[in-house]
Design a protein around this ligand. Structure first.
Ligand code: AMP
Ligand code: ZN
Length: 113
């Protein structure tokens, strides 16, 4: 989608520290990391959020879940990690292209703010 920074990263048209990629997704380091390892996984196709997924996206959504595990393995997050995605304004979503945060390298707290 024109003007979307994560579409531009997924297309290789904007800079990012890419750590892994698959046919339907790209994983890159968060610019403002909230943990020693903080990676974002985005679908190559523009989808606004989980709220925008349809039955045709079931395969892609599953690939995003498996990508979380691949990223965690590459980042050596052997003691565990957190997988989360923010949806809409109450969810705290700042970038309106679906992205999954994979955070690790320190113990996570619960509940989040
Ligand atoms: P969210 O609040 O879930 O929408 O999170 C958006 C995340 O994207 C934040 O953690 C930002 O630091 C991160 N971010 C925004 N722009 C970029 C970018 N160009 N490259 C990498 N991370 C980004
Ligand atoms: Zn996009």
């Amino acid at each position: 989608m024109s003007g979307c920074i994560f579409c531009a990263i997924a297309a290789g048209e904007a800079d990012a520290d890419v750590v892994a990629e698959g046919d339907s997704w790209v994983a890159f380091r968060d610019l403002d990391p909230a943990a020693p390892s903080h990676v974002l996984i985005v679908p190559r196709r523009h989808v606004t959020s989980v709220d925008d997924l349809g039955v045709d996206d079931v395969g892609m959504a599953g690939e995003l879940m498996l990508a979380c595990r691949e990223v965690a393995t590459r980042e050596r997050l052997k003691d565990g990690y957190r997988v989360l995605t923010n949806v809409g304004s109450d969810g705290g979503q700042a970038v309106h292209h679906l992205h999954i945060h994979v955070l690790g390298g320190r113990p996570m707290e619960w509940p989040p703010g």
